[in-house]
Design a protein around this ligand. Structure first.
Ligand SMILES: C[S@@+](CC[C@H](N)C(=O)[O-])C[C@H]1O[C@@H](n2cnc3c(N)ncnc32)[C@H](O)[C@@H]1O
Length: 218
């Protein structure tokens, strides 16, 4: 029971000495395949400004930087330990000219409206208590026509491993796509790989609609 709640809290918000020392490498090792799939489907381009929400150990920041070598990448995470770990990683890899990280909560992102062309989030949305409200907040900081790629494990995959975890919400891929639509996105693609394996790979891709011009009535 203690191990269960330690895992729930460390995966949800790495903290303390354990979080600072171990959670970055653990997350990076266990999530490589999902992170790579989500980055591939986000398809970041050279001139894009990209936001990564809940980057944890920072693997996704490196994958984004490798995929789009001139893009500007900004990460936000509400674990101070993960922000420090990722900042070190970015400095060590000499990426700090175009990759930056800061503390922040998806519920109230510390950015102006319309800042980002693309947004990535991997394995973080299970911990967002108000999923629709958070997705609306994500849409706020995106440019019209911007693309969101959300990577996660399905309820069928993670459910048996996380029984009785409190403050942890799982989704089937199509259900998540429906919630994304309710939050105002167009759902472009639902990708479900590795079905039947212990950890599957889900990436749902959405787009913030381009507002239609009002036709004037005479
Ligand atoms: C399970 S880890 C996933 C890390 C990484 N994306 C990966 O897939 O390896 C979840 C991360 O999301 C962050 N997170 C959870 N809820 C958040 C929120 N409301 N705002 C910002 N970050 C959040 C946590 O601090 C943690 O670093």
């Amino acid at each position: 029971m203690y191990v269960d709640s330690l895992l729930r809290s460390q995966f949800g918000k790495p903290s303390g000495l354990f979080g600072a020392l171990f959670m970055g490498p653990i997350l990076n090792l266990s999530n490589t395949r999902l992170v790579n799939a989500a980055v591939e489907l986000l398809d970041p381009q050279a001139k894009d400004t990209v936001l990564d929400i809940g980057f944890g150990g920072g693997l996704s920041l490196l994958a984004l930087a490798a995929k789009a070598p001139e893009a500007k990448i900004v990460g936000v995470d509400y674990s101070r330990e993960m922000v420090e770990t990722a900042a070190r990683l970015v400095r060590d890899k000499k990426l700090d000219a175009r990759v930056s990280v800061k503390w922040g909560d998806v519920a109230k992102l510390p950015f102006r409206a319309g800042t980002f062309h693309k947004v990535l989030t991997v394995n973080s949305l299970y911990y967002w208590p108000d999923l629709i409200g958070s997705l609306r907040e994500v849409a706020r900081v995106m440019k019209p026509g911007g693309r969101l790629a959300a990577g996660f494990r399905s309820e069928a995959s993670l459910g048996p491993l996380t029984r009785d975890w409190e403050g942890f919400w799982l989704y089937e891929p199509r259900k998540f796509a429906g919630i994304m639509r309710k939050a105002g996105f167009e759902a472009l693609r639902v990708e479900h790989r590795d079905q039947g394996q212990v950890l599957d790979t889900v990436v749902v891709v959405g787009r913030k609609p381009v507002a239609r011009r009002q036709s004037s009535t005479v």
